[in-house]
Ligand binder design. Structure first.
Ligand SMILES: Cc1cc2nc3c(=O)[nH]c(=O)nc-3n(C[C@H](O)[C@H](O)[C@H](O)COP(=O)(O)OP(=O)(O)OC[C@H]3O[C@@H](n4cnc5c(N)ncnc54)[C@H](O)[C@@H]3O)c2cc1C
Length: 497
């Protein structure tokens, strides 16, 4: 692997037996795994190009156990990698050889549902879809819907600030989380936010959502639940050019319409998805938009007419409106299965995640075509087009020497291009290890140091998920260093505590 991770600490590895014993005294039974076969399922997450068996896995069941594990590791200088369901596509849950992997799968209970306040309190190991399943018989649902929703955990969603096809209208995880309980690295249990809107003080909840397991371990999450819209209909719109589809997306938003979802697929992705699920996608187009409008029937009908007119003005050649919910779900089935569908075209694929201003879509796609020729690797594109969030799927064969490295270089060039046109390195999959070394493309050294100071405020010994997000980790003392010259403190008038 081309990725450089922090060197394992030999003194920690030498204490492995003691560490396992200490963990067993906190979490009894079979919840501490240290045999090589038992560790193997944890050696990678959804970014399977990178693998590293953890030193030991522990599967706590209570907040108290998490607190005691972290407090012990803090005192002993042992690193921690938190893990939910292990579906991260940026390597956020990639283990370290000298770290304890804390798996949160046993935190799998829905604790409370409050329909009056429209919220649910869940443990972090509950899967995303299970939240909707728990409230759907009363006509409610949990809005953020990653394509991995059948498997990914709410704790992982909070850590990655995950999104999905319906986040254009209903917001990402950060817009749908009201509160968390989080255990800090020294074992302190903290509650941020709660059952009401806008708690007093600094927005630390906003800091924790998207913090990629670097600030603490989330042990409880309070999420908003929403009533299902009265109705929803989807349009399947084909275009002879990607440019036309890209401009249509920009014009829909410019017209003040916020569809429930607005997704785009390019020709390779359309063909792969249609071969996989056979839902009747047109095969003679270069780009396909799925646009879902929801609300009361009159509102849906009105918006459908508006979107159809905008599509025609941008040169659409096919347009199909879902007749009923089954057909609407069919339209989505192809999009949601696009990743596995592309998996049938190529032994391996590398899923990238970058965000661009919507109008720049045609330029970025053109650049991607050039890069595809340059690297000699195919690429299929699916996008959360309304959000400008790209997911190029770079196809390669890991068994052919050099192809993984070429796929990585191709992916890095795509992300550089996203930043160059005014976008950002990630839309929803996080930085993890995948985009770690590209952070300087977007942030100056000063920016990165400021972000690390925040990390230091939560985890001064840098024991939580090291090697992720930051390309280089400065010791916290270096960042907060205070110079005393000839016994004189800088800024002597400031009060000191
Ligand atoms: C087929 C496929 C489709 C996907 N589609 C989407 C999509 O549409 N949208 C999207 O946003 N993502 C998508 N993903 C990516 C992934 O599912 C999300 O990032 C998801 O939120 C990860 O959740 P997880 O439980 O698997 O977390 P993990 O992979 O286990 O961990 C992810 C990160 O969260 C941290 N973490 C996990 N649990 C906790 C906790 N309790 N406390 C603190 N930190 C924690 C880990 O340390 C790691 O940094 C997809 C993945 C796959 C494989």
């Amino acid at each position: 692997m081309s990725l450089v991770m922090p060197e394992p600490d030999a003194s920690v590895l030498a204490r492995r037996a003691d560490i396992v014993r200490a963990l067993r005294s906190i979490v009894p039974g079979e919840a501490v795994i240290d045999d090589p076969d038992g560790l193997r399922p944890y050696e990678s997450d959804g970014l399977t190009a990178y693998r590293q068996p953890p030193m030991v896995v522990v599967l706590p069941e209570t907040t108290e156990q998490v607190s005691r594990i972290l407090a012990w590791c803090h005192a002993e200088g042992v690193k921690i990698v938190p893990r939910g369901s292990g579906t991260s596509l940026s390597g956020g849950a990639l283990p370290l050889a000298d770290a304890v992997l804390v798996g949160m799968a046993r935190f799998n209970r829905v604790l409370d549902i409050d329909y009056e306040d429209r919220l649910a309190v869940v443990q972090p190991g509950v899967t995303n879809l299970a939240v909707t399943r728990a409230v759907e018989d009363r006509g409610f649902y949990y809005a953020p819907d990653p394509s991995s929703q059948i498997a990914c955990s709410i704790g992982g969603n909070v850590a990655e600030n995950s999104g999905g096809v319906h986040c254009l209208k209903y917001g990402l995880t950060t817009n749908n989380v009201l509160g968390v309980e989080i255990v800090l690295m020294d074992g302190e249990v903290v509650r941020l936010g709660g059952r009401q809107l806008d708690p007093a003080g600094l927005d630390l909840l906003g800091v924790v959502v998207g913090s990629e397991g670097l600030l603490g371990i989330v042990t409880e999450v309070t999420v908003r639940i929403l009533p299902r819209p009265e109705g929803a209909r989807a349009l399947l719109i084909g275009f002879p050019t990607v440019e036309g589809a890209g401009l249509c997306v920009a014009d829909v938003i410019a017209a003040g319409i916020i569809p429930a979802g607005m997704e785009m697929m390019d020709r390779p992705a359309i063909h792969a998805a249609e071969a996989f699920v056979q839902v009747g996608y047109p095969l003679d187009v270069e780009a396909l938009l799925i646009v879902e409008l929801d609300g009361v029937a009159a509102e849906c009908d009105h918006l459908i007419d508006e979107v159809a007119a905008i599509a025609r003005a941008n040169g659409s050649t096919t347009l199909r409106l879902s007749a009923d919910d089954d057909e609407r779900m069919g339209f989505w089935a192809g999009r949601k299965a696009a990743f596995p569908a592309v998996g049938r075209l190529s032994p391996d694929y590398y899923c990238m995640d970058g965000t661009i201003p919507r109008r720049r879509l045609p330029d970025v796609l053109e650049k991607m075509r050039e890069l595809s020729d340059h690297y000699g690797l195919g690429v299929a594109n699916v996008f959360h087009a309304g959000d400008g969030n790209l997911h190029p799927l770079i196809m390669y064969d890991a068994n052919i020497p050099g192809q993984l490295e070429r796929a990585e270089a191709f992916g890095n060039d795509i992300l550089r291009q996203c930043v160059a046109v005014g976008g950002v390195l990630t839309g929803e999959h996080g930085v993890g290890v995948e985009k770690r070394d590209l952070m300087p493309e977007m942030f100056s050294e000063t920016d990165l140091k400021q972000q690390q100071r925040l990390k230091c405020a939560f985890d001064p010994k840098l024991l939580l998920n090291p090697g992720k997000v930051f390309p280089t980790l400065h010791r916290c003392a270096e960042l907060g260093r205070m110079h005393v010259h000839h016994g004189a403190l800088p800024f002597p008038d400031l009060p000191r505590f």
